[in-house]
Write a protein that binds this ligand. Structure first.
Ligand SMILES: *Cc1c(COP(=O)(O)O)cnc(C)c1O
Length: 217
C-alpha cells in the first residue's frame, strides 16, 4: 500500500498549521480511494472535466480543489461543488466565478495566483497589477467569491536559493495584501520537490502529487 504509507509519512512531517492537498490529477479512482481510506479528504485536480467526473464518482465528503489554469467557459461545471480555486489569474475569471457561484447560491473561496517564477510559462498576476486591483475596491462588488489567499509556483530548478527567494517574495506580497483583504488565511505554495522550503518560508497549504501517488506517466 505505498499510497497510504507515503501519505502517512508526509502528513507526519507537516506542521499542524499546514494543510495538505493531495494532487490526484491523472490518477485513478482506486488510487484516490486508497488515500481517502487513509484519511485524506482534500484532493487537487488541474482539469475541470476530470475533477467533475471524479466528484460524481467518489465520496461526497471529499473537498475538491482546482489547482490548474482555469478557462472561463468551464467554470460552470465546477461551480456546484468546488471547495477552493487556487489558480485565479485574471479579473475576468474572478467575475465569471462570481457569476456562476451566484447561480448556485454559493460563495466560492478563491486564491489569487501570483507569478513568482522566472519562467515565462507560469500563469499569474504580478505584484503591481494585484495591488492596483485590490486597492480599486473591485472585490467588494463580487459577493459570491471570497479571496482566501494567494498561490504561487516556484521556478522548476535545483537551485534552492532561487526557490527560497521566490517563496519569500510571495510571502511578502501575502503580508501586504492581508492588511486590506481580511479573509486571507491561505498561502498555497510548495509541491513534491520544494514543499519543505515552502513551509520554512511560511506556506500554510502544500500541493503534493508525485510523492504520494508516484510519478505521473
Ligand atoms: C501537478 C501540480 C502539483 C503537484 O506536483 P508534484 O510535483 O507532483 O507534487 C502542484 N501544484 C500544481 C499547480 C500542479 O499543477
Amino acid at each position: 500500500m505505498p499510497i497510504a504509507e507515503n501519505l502517512k509519512k508526509i502528513k507526519s512531517s507537516l506542521p499542524p498549521h499546514v494543510a495538505l492537498v493531495a494532487v490526484s490529477k491523472t490518477k485513478s479512482n482506486p488510487d484516490i480511494l486508497e488515500a481517502y481510506t487513509a484519511g485524506q479528504r482534500i484532493f487537487g485536480e488541474n482539469k475541470i472535466q476530470e475533477m467533475t467526473r471524479k466528484w460524481s464518482d467518489l465520496p461526497k465528503d471529499i473537498e475538491w480543489h482546482m489547482i490548474g489554469h482555469v478557462q472561463s467557459n468551464k467554470v460552470k461545471y465546477m461551480a456546484p461543488f468546488v471547495s477552493l480555486v487556487h489558480g485565479v489569474d485574471s479579473l475576468k475569471l474572478l467575475k465569471e466565478i462570481n457569476k456562476q457561484a451566484g447561480k448556485q447560491k454559493r460563495n466560492i473561496p478563491c486564491l489569487l495566483q501570483i507569478h513568482i517564477a522566472e519562467e515565462e510559462s507560469k500563469f499569474g498576476f504580478n505584484e503591481k497589477e494585484l495591488l492596483q486591483m485590490v486597492h480599486s475596491g473591485i472585490f467588494k462588488t463580487l459577493e459570491h467569491i471570497t479571496i482566501k489567499g494567494l498561490m504561487g509556483m516556484a521556478t522548476f530548478t535545483d537551485d534552492e536559493t532561487q526557490i527560497r527567494k521566490e517563496f519569500k517574495n510571495l510571502k511578502s506580497v501575502y503580508q501586504k495584501l492581508k492588511e486590506t483583504l481580511k479573509h486571507m488565511t491561505i498561502l498555497s505554495m510548495g509541491m513534491s520537490g520544494d514543499y519543505k522550503i515552502a513551509i520554512e518560508e511560511g506556506s500554510t497549504m502544500v500541493r503534493i502529487g508525485s510523492s504520494i501517488f508516484g510519478v505521473r506517466t
